[in-house]
Design a protein around this ligand. Sequence first.
Ligand code: ADP
Length: 677
Amino acid sequence: MPPAAAGAGAPRPVSTEGVETDRLPSAWRRRTLWSALTALVVALLVTLVWLAGRYEASQVQSRLERDTADAVGDIRAALSHNVQSLQALQFNDPTPAAWSMAAAALLREHRELVRIEWRDSNHRPRLFADTPYRPSVFDRLGRDSVQTEVRQTCTTARRLSAPAYSSSYFVPLTDGLGIEVMELCMPLVTTGVVMGYLVATYSLQDMLDDLVGRQLTRSQEVSFTEGDGTRLAVRGTARRANRVFTAHHLLDLPGTTLVLRMDSWRGAPDLFPNVLTALVTAMSIALVSILVLLSKDMRRRLKAERDLADALAFRKAMEDSLVTGLRARDLHGRITYVNPAFCQMVGFTADELLGQSVHAPYWPPELADEYMKRQAIRLAGTSPPREGFESVFMHKDGTRFPVLIIEAPLINAQGAQTGWMSAFLDIREQRRVEELSRASQERLQATARLAMVGEMASLLSHELNQPLAAMSSYATGSLNLLRAGMHTPADIELAMHRIAQQAERAGKIIKSVHDFVRRRDQARETVPPQALVDAILPLINLQARKLGVQVQIQLAPGLPKVLCDRTMVEQVLLNLVRNGMQAMDRPDIRQRVLTLAVRQEHGDGRWLVFSVADVGPGIAPEVEQQLFTPFFTTKAEGMGLGLSLCRTVIEQHGGMLAFEPHQPQGTVFSFTLPAGN
Ligand code: ADP
């Protein structure tokens, strides 16, 4: 297992399993944190709202306290004002009629007073006046029943030498109801002697109605209460409310003390009784909304993170399972990323490779200089060929191996080039297969060549027959001349010369066949087209003579040399010529002409076109389909390898082999070969 690759710009390795196991605790932790945060925020908000409510309540309470104190102040002021008005009644020792009139006027003016009495020093009433606003209070009970209270109050007043008030008491009325009243007694002193008393009876209910400011009683319930909370008089009606604020204030009067109680039901029914609470509540709602939005956003982010991790894991798995080596380099040539396939290819770990720049450890030392130049060109910004290029790398153990490198600029998300990305294919296997197929191809071609030679053996014997027969007849003739003694040295010399000529001719024939079979230098070379034709011409002529074919060679003037494997191309030419001649070997074809032509292709002239035209019967459509199929033949002794091999050879040279009908009859086979310099 190769080590996991990692690089500066490379993604962190993410294992799909790891992601799952990591996710659970972090998800749990996140949920706990979120719950804690939510609980805290809710607690904070509740506390805030509660505090705001409390503050608001305390505000209401203190306002109520203030109102109660104001009400007590109002009552006290009114009472002392009343005392002065009552004192005015006695001014200048009034006559009974005048007193009664003034008392009646006072009672009309002050509804809180229900009765005014002028008593003598023995507490006996001399004069009295009742309020005009209600039936006489003491009608039912009689005034005597409260004599004790009045007497006590006046005793207190006398002791104090100032007005004094009695405790309040209940007086039942004739209509079945009753009122709570309070007595005021003022001693009437003349030159230090108490001459009598002025007693005024206050109705507590009317005191509340008239002496307490209207604005205070409108929204509040004001009452006089006893110490145990029993209400003596009430002003304003208590509304149904969830929450009632209450304030008590003592009304200290000489001789008695009253408790003024104020109940407020304000605020309780309102949802947001004041701005502060409303503000805090609004802020709380805003905060909760933000919290919800944040959590939504967080969820979205988490999902994006998860998707990203999945994508990275997928990419990593993909990179790890690739058999193609991947390597990224920055603009300074430093390796920033390698995948496991690359590490495996060169035998180094990712750590050994990352950060390496020039003289990468997998460069064969003998090629390092060349590679450095190549790298310098690349770093200068020259793009490599898109189809890739071949190179040789060195495994850590020293073995060299061929690789195909495909390089492309590495462009980041902003569209800027950050380096180079390269893919590597170990082409050792491909090379081996190529080598194998080349070897088998060669064997096949050798076989085909031998077959062709075998075929030519009969031609050869026929061809050799002539010089041999000539030599034999010259030799016999010479012998005869020698034996008869009729010879001249010149005759013998001529005969010998002819024999030598014929022997040379036979030798040439044999050599050309020998050359064709033996020669096997694979290297490509630049050859003049004429040389190619000349090399096979003796063999062509052999067959042409036998089949009665007229061979025409047409070489365009000024042809460039052709870059090829000469033996192979000669064999192709010979094959096509032989096929053409065999096609014309029919009794119905009398004018047997075979044209072998070479010309430069129209256009840029980088290609040469070789064509072999015959005037045979042409190629039938059913034959056409299988023409290049190995072992397809229509001949009794044919092997069917010729054309398929021809095409392979031409394609190996980068050229093309094609055929077309020849006008007016026959076939033209032609192929192209690259022109050399
Ligand atoms: P072989 O010559 O051994 O038969 P080839 O592959 O060279 O094998 O040729 C395959 C077949 O193509 C031949 O048998 C012949 O039928 C046909 N053929 C090739 N060249 C010509 C030609 N010039 N005219 C007509 N037929 C041809």
